[in-house]
Design a protein around this ligand. Sequence first.
Ligand code: SF4
Length: 500
Amino acid sequence: QRYARLAGDRRERYPHSLQFYLEPPTESISLVEFESFAIDRLRLLKVVENLGVSYVRTSDAYKVKLEAELRKLKFPYRALAEDDYEARRKDHISHFILRLAYCQSEDLRRWFLQQEMDLFRYRFNELTESLMQKFLEHVNLSFEAIGEDLKNELANELSTSTPGFSLSKVKEQMFYKVGLADAVDLFRARRVFIKDGFAYVPFKEIDVIVLNNYRTKLSKALALTARSLPSIQSDERLQPLLNHLSHSYVGPDYSVQNNTGKISLEQIDALSVKSFPLCMRQLHRALRDSHHLRHGGRMQYGLFLKGIGLTLEQALEFWKKEFIRGKVEADKFDKGYAYSIRHSYGKEGKRTDYTPYSCMKIIMSNPPSQGDYHGCPFRHSDPELLKQKLQTYKIPPSGIAQVLELVKGMHYQLACQKYFELTHDVDDIGFSLNHPNQYFTESQKLLSGGREPKKEFNNSGNFQQKNYSQESINSSSTPTSSNAKVDTELEGLEAYFTED
Ligand code: SF4
């Protein structure tokens, strides 16, 4: 009996597989679950982003691949499934967690909004007509279908004002009377018949209205969540986790390498052309040209080199040789710069073994200023300069146009993937790029014949769950025990989403 009641409650909680995510979750959740839900959704949204630029969104290939990913990650993938409470719960909670992580800057908000919209569009269009109706009622968007008499009366106008609708098609389809404010996009694109302040929208265009509505709600919600940032930032359990989610993308951290010492200093020039991503190629060039890099550049490039296998001794030699060719005296190098290199290898100070920066970290934090060469060229370079750089690197004009198009759409990592494809002469990169060191490893694998160029889009990715929980717990006042990690719960998530 208890089970039956529980099942009833559960169904009530999520009556539809699709949601507008209007109510934040109120239950307590363990940090472990929090973390794994967030990572899975991030992985899903990355796939949505990748698919969105590789396939037409209405194509079968797009749908098949997205459904496969939803299944794999255990998100609701078939609207009809009745017993997917766990999937719906995961969908709900993970959306809100990423909202917290991705409300923190304009760039992050825009990216999150775009991917969530695409995901929603796909899922909405997968609904059967009757489920769409039910969902619309559920979210108070039930529009009034016009009666047959009125439709016959307006048939000519509907046919001429609705592209693709012959008279016979008008007769077949339901039309809805929608307030102009809800149909702005259709109205602007001249895709609907307007009369007396109402748009007459055919059923197949209803998704535009629903998406519009969802976009408005979500972007407002993100802005509101951003306003509660101070309270999020003061939570010592959450903050490291959310920062990690939004800034340093969850791939392998490349700090532990099994290739240490396998690269000689003489190889670096050639490798920088063949296998370095553009950000590192740019830093290497700047270093060779000016025999100096400022702090941001030294950190980004130095840790990358460490990640590809330079030992501490090699790193000291590499930087010293270059710096003393510039204005730095050997003595000054040994006293100053050498310390920070040893530091980044965990040999000085707090003895933290620093991790090479991920793309998200490079893209999102510490933008370069005048005289700096760090950052991500796809994100931080002026498009005209980027174009010139790509021209110097002999990228064909059509390839440059594709890269610039991706940059314009703010798909920086995808632009970098395109650069990889163009410089390695493959049709499909075959992995989802998250990290400059991943770029290097994949390039080396490809060039050494370790993997066949793939034609098929593959999203197996390189995700790895990092264990933040212990770190979060340790930094909070929560008493720790060996299984405290699993037991620790986050209570009252809604506190972070409440309107002010
Ligand atoms: Fe470097 Fe990543 Fe930007 Fe590529 S996307 S240039 S690897 S930061």
